[in-house]
Design a protein around this ligand. Structure first.
Ligand SMILES: N[C@@H](CCC(=O)N[C@@H](CS)C(=O)NCC(=O)O)C(=O)O
Length: 206
């Protein structure tokens, strides 16, 4: 049995959806980030980084969304969530997820989590003022260069899809209009129709 620690609306939603798609047995533990659950000693023992997601497996604890998603795809036998038999396609999938983790997520985090990078109120306000612009630039790139098929990586649904879906869900709060990105908006709508996505979103409500 896998145990996923996540929080409603967080990047952990991607791993949660992937687990729902995978057919693997799992349970979800929801943390309240605004209450500081991620910094409590019992959770720090699980993930010393004090962040979600964290996945408890039979081999140990995994953190970092791209790694957790990759593990879920490797462990899933009932469905194919990554092109494991095509080295280039698999590397391209990891490149896309790495972009989401290292660039898109970081651009978003400069809003609510700007105090990670500066103390001065002016500097914090300046970083927050750039969030919409940076997220818009990221999604323009995704719209024009990367999202070519029905799913993020083309015709096959992969672990890139719940990850993109999760970050697309942040756009409105970041001051970006999803309607400016028709392909991304279509992808978001297709994701909302998937039973696994519906189950994950319902579970987040507790
Ligand atoms: N690089 C990590 C980022 C994890 C992360 O920053 N998670 C956020 C939620 S989206 C979090 O736990 N924030 C709580 C905090 O910063 O205290 C990943 O991709 O999993």
């Amino acid at each position: 049995m896998l145990t996923l620690y996540t929080a409603p609306g967080s990047c952990g939603r991607a791993s949660h959806i992937a687990l729902e798609e995978s057919g693997l047995p799992f349970e979800v533990r929801l943390l309240d980030l605004s209450a500081g659950d991620q910094r409590r000693p019992d959770y720090i023992r699980i993930n010393p980084k004090g962040r979600v997601p964290a996945l408890i497996t039979a081999s140990g604890v995994l953190t970092e969304s791209p790694a957790i998603l990759s593990y879920i795809a490797s462990m899933a036998t009932a469905v194919q969530l990554a092109p494991c038999d095509d080295p280039f396609a698999l590397a391209a999938l990891h490149a896309f997820n790495a972009y989401l983790a290292s660039t898109v997520h970081v651009a978003h985090a400069h809003g609510r989590r700007a105090s990670r990078w500066a103390d001065a109120p002016d500097a914090i306000a300046a970083m927050q003022a750039k969030v919409a612009e940076n997220m818009r630039a990221c999604f323009l790139l995704i719209e024009e260069e990367y999202l070519r098929g029905e799913w993020a990586m083309g015709s096959a649904y992969t672990i890139a899809d719940p990850y993109l879906f999760t970050m697309t869900g942040w756009l409105q709060g970041d001051g970006v209009d999803l309607a400016d990105f028709p392909k991304v908006a279509d992808h978001y709508g297709r994701m909302l129709e998937r039973p696994a996505v519906r189950r994950a979103l319902a579970a987040e409500k507790g």
